[in-house]
Structures are given as structure tokens and as C-alpha cells.
Design a protein around this ligand. Structure first.
Ligand SMILES: Cc1cc2nc3c(=O)[nH]c(=O)nc-3n(C[C@H](O)[C@H](O)[C@H](O)COP(=O)(O)O)c2cc1C
Length: 219
């Protein structure tokens, strides 16, 4: 009888330890998830346009991370229309910004990243995936490029860098010199130009919350 009581007690102890371990693991997991969510939220809320930079070079690993973030963006039908040109040769910045950019501010940028879009898509027709590929206009490239540009900006913020989205498309006076300078094919347009570097100033994020802009269930 004694033995049975010992055995039951031992089994209950093991079960209690196992449950507590699981709970601890669950709690650790929850804490990690919460921390990751907090970090993501804080990166999004802290992002701001940064237009002045120190002359420091951007480490290659940082650029690599930002580029990976950019191309992780969603795109219509997963077409991924982006081609990204990373300029680090400051002697070329003037030529690059020959259009109507307010270039002086960006002269120190460690890099200027030009997000270009292939405005066409070459695929078999949707209704007949086995047919030969055809080239058609890509109707969502603008949206896709916006998502990629924003991902890049968020990655810059997460890394402690500063960047600003400067419009290229749809302004012909900005697009033309860049398309010429980069010798872009006719179906590729320069969409956005993002100077990036280590922040020299103290730009702060803006509070843009306006409850009046949020509508639930109806306008
Ligand atoms: C499509 C687009 C085009 C922009 N073009 C320029 C630009 O040409 N030059 C510039 O200095 N900032 C430009 N900006 C940055 C905006 O001025 C900036 O996002 C806005 O003032 C809000 O400030 P924040 O980015 O600090 O939140 C552009 C932003 C977007 C989204």
C-alpha cells in the first residue's frame, strides 16, 4: 500500500513539474512575442523623414538588411516589380538629382537608393497557365513600389538610420534625368528616391492620429 502511495505521489509531482515547465515556456514565449510586437510598433511609430546626415558610411550589412526588408513587401499577384539602384558615389549625386529635387539637404547621405519599377509583367495568361508568357501592363506597380519603399524606411528606422522618401514618379522633371542617368529600359520607371544615412539632427516623429479619420462599420 505504502508503495502505491509513493508511486502516486511521485507521478503527481512529475506532472506538476511538467505543467509548470510548460507554463514557464508559454510565459517566456508570450513575453518574447510581446517584446517583438512592442519593437515593431515602436519602429513604425518612430519613423520620420530625416533629411540631414553625418558623413558616415553605411555598413554593408545595414544596407543589406534594408534591401531585404524592401523586397519582402507585398505586391499584386506577387509580381515584385522592383529594381533597386543603390548609389554611394557622392560625386554622382548632383547628376542624379539634376531634376527639381531640393538636393542640398541630401548631399551627405551615405547612400541614395532609387526604387525603380518594371511597369510590365510577363506571364502566361491567368486563364491559361500552360500558354506561352505574354507581356502586359502591370496595374499595381505603384502600390507595390510604395510598399517596398515604406519597408525600406521602416528598416532604416529600426537600424537607427534616417531616411526620407522623395517623390520621383510621377514628376517628369525628376524622372527624366534619373532614367537617362541610369540608362533605364523603356518599361522601367524611377519611382522613389530615398537618401539614407546616420541622422545629423534630431528629427522627431509626428503625431498624426485623428480619431475623426477612423470609421467603424459605416462612414
Ligand atoms: C509619395 C511621397 C513623396 C514625398 N516626396 C518628398 C520630397 O520630394 N521631398 C521631401 O523632402 N520629402 C518628401 N516626402 C516626405 C514627406 O514630406 C513626409 O513623409 C511628410 O511630411 C510626413 O513627415 P514624416 O515622414 O516625418 O512622417 C514624400 C513622402 C511621400 C510619401
Amino acid at each position: 500500500m505504502k508503495h502505491i502511495i509513493y508511486l502516486v505521489a511521485a507521478a503527481l509531482t512529475i506532472a506538476a513539474i511538467a505543467t509548470s515547465c510548460c507554463k514557464n515556456n508559454e510565459n517566456t514565449q508570450n513575453t518574447q512575442n510581446n517584446n517583438a510586437a512592442d519593437q515593431t510598433f515602436s519602429t513604425i511609430m518612430n519613423r520620420k523623414s530625416v533629411r540631414s546626415y553625418t558623413s558616415d558610411t553605411i555598413p554593408a550589412e545595414m544596407m543589406d538588411k534594408m534591401l531585404h526588408a524592401a523586397v519582402a513587401a507585398p505586391s499584386g499577384m506577387d509580381v515584385r516589380p522592383w529594381h533597386i539602384v543603390v548609389m554611394t558615389d557622392k560625386s554622382q549625386y548632383d547628376t542624379l538629382f539634376a531634376g527639381n529635387f531640393n538636393m542640398d539637404k541630401f548631399k551627405q547621405a551615405g547612400a541614395v537608393v532609387i526604387f525603380c519599377a518594371d511597369t510590365t509583367v510577363t506571364r502566361p495568361p491567368r486563364e491559361n497557365p500552360d500558354a506561352p508568357a505574354v507581356t502586359k501592363p502591370n496595374l499595381t506597380w505603384r502600390d507595390d513600389m510604395g510598399a517596398a519603399t515604406e519597408n525600406f524606411l521602416l528598416a532604416a528606422e529600426a537600424l537607427g538610420l534616417g531616411a526620407v522618401w522623395t517623390a520621383c514618379y510621377p514628376y517628369g522633371d525628376r524622372m527624366d534625368p534619373i532614367a537617362k542617368f541610369l540608362n533605364l529600359p523603356g518599361n522601367v520607371v524611377p519611382y522613389s528616391v530615398v537618401p539614407v544615412g546616420f541622422p545629423a539632427g534630431d528629427e522627431q516623429p509626428k503625431d498624426k492620429w485623428d480619431a475623426g479619420r477612423i470609421h467603424y462599420n459605416r462612414w
